[in-house]
Design a protein around this ligand. Structure first.
Ligand code: FES
Length: 208
């Protein structure tokens, strides 16, 4: 939610509350994916960039696939027109989401090689680039955690510099994460996106 909305709720929650209740009730018979995709399209139609980024992030977090987002954009062509679809696509590209890359968008989930583990010290964290995706890897003994480098808030690609010991702080709005668990420990409420892992022949793989 924006600072402006936070402010209006604080000073006129009695009036704004009706609006939010309306928004909540308006889609209550729709499944979550459909609701999320419609929300994304409304933000494209209104061309509110922050809202588009926020609703897109939520749609992906709640199970919409990138191809479904693209389909929704294209289906809304009669009302959006090409200019707004291009506007949204430019923001999508600017967000640098690996799931939307041409290599991954139509790919079935699969195991991806992340790193060799022989030189990976115990209790250490590294940021590793794996093709179009970057991940944070944490090792504890024989256990490995692999997290998407994109913040679960508004998908900022979190740099290595954001790491301080075992704490990772997203530079955009300062959500703080415990890298040993992926949990958000300050400011926000959603954990880092974690991938399933396996080790074979001293090589760490993650599934996405
Ligand atoms: S994008 Fe908002 S805290 Fe990361």
């Amino acid at each position: 939610m924006s600072d402006a909305l936070d402010y209006l709720i604080k000073v006129r929650g009695d009036a704004l509350g009706h609006y939010f209740k309306f928004l909540k009730d308006a889609g209550k018979h729709l499944d979550p994916k459909t609701r999320n995709l419609i929300s994304v399209i409304t933000k494209v139609d209104a061309q509110t960039e922050a809202g588009f980024r926020q609703y897109l992030t939520r749609a992906l977090r709640e199970g919409c696939t990138p191809m479904e987002v693209v389909d929704a954009l294209l289906m809304a062509f009669p009302t959006l027109g090409l200019a707004k679809i291009v506007w949204a696509t430019e923001i999508l590209l600017d967000m640098g989401l690996p799931e939307f890359s041409p290599e991954l968008i139509a790919a079935q989930p699969a195991w991806h090689r992340v790193t060799e583990i022989v030189d990976f010290p115990d209790d250490d964290v590294r940021r590793i680039d794996c093709g179009p995706r970057s991940v944070f890897v944490y090792r504890k003994g024989e256990d490995f955690k692999v997290y998407d480098s994109h913040c679960p808030h508004q998908v900022t690609n979190i740099p290595h510099l954001a790491l301080d010991g075992k704490e990772l702080t997203c530079p955009k709005h300062n959500w703080k994460f415990d890298i040993t668990t992926g949990q958000c420990i300050a400011k926000g409420k959603h954990p880092l996106k974690a991938f399933e892992t396996k080790v074979e022949d001293d090589v760490l793989y993650a599934y996405w």
